[in-house]
Design a protein around this ligand. Structure first.
Ligand code: FMN
Length: 63
């Protein structure tokens, strides 16, 4: 059975973990990348990221 580690990471922390999990499992990994980027710092990061989560948005993803 092939294993795929699928993850989302805005600022790299989850990516760091996912790559190590994939390596330990000899698995492939796939990063989910939203088409519309969220702000990476400051108030907007929490306002737009938090708003998106609260509104249960399912952002369109890059292919
Ligand atoms: C909008 C927003 C909401 C967050 N909510 C939580 C939360 O509910 N609990 C938590 O432990 N961390 C929360 N965080 C912190 C992130 O989980 C943390 O910074 C994480 O390491 C980011 O991972 P990344 O670098 O892969 O994007 C939140 C961060 C943002 C921007």
């Amino acid at each position: 059975m092939k294993t795929l580690v699928v993850y989302y990471s805005q600022s790299g922390n989850a990516q760091w973990m996912a790559e190590r999990i994939a390596s330990a499992l000899s698995a492939d990994s796939l990063r989910l990348v939203p088409k519309k980027a969220y702000p990476e710092k400051g108030f907007g990061k929490f306002f737009f990221g938090g708003g998106s989560a609260v509104m249960k948005e399912a952002p369109e993803l890059e292919p």
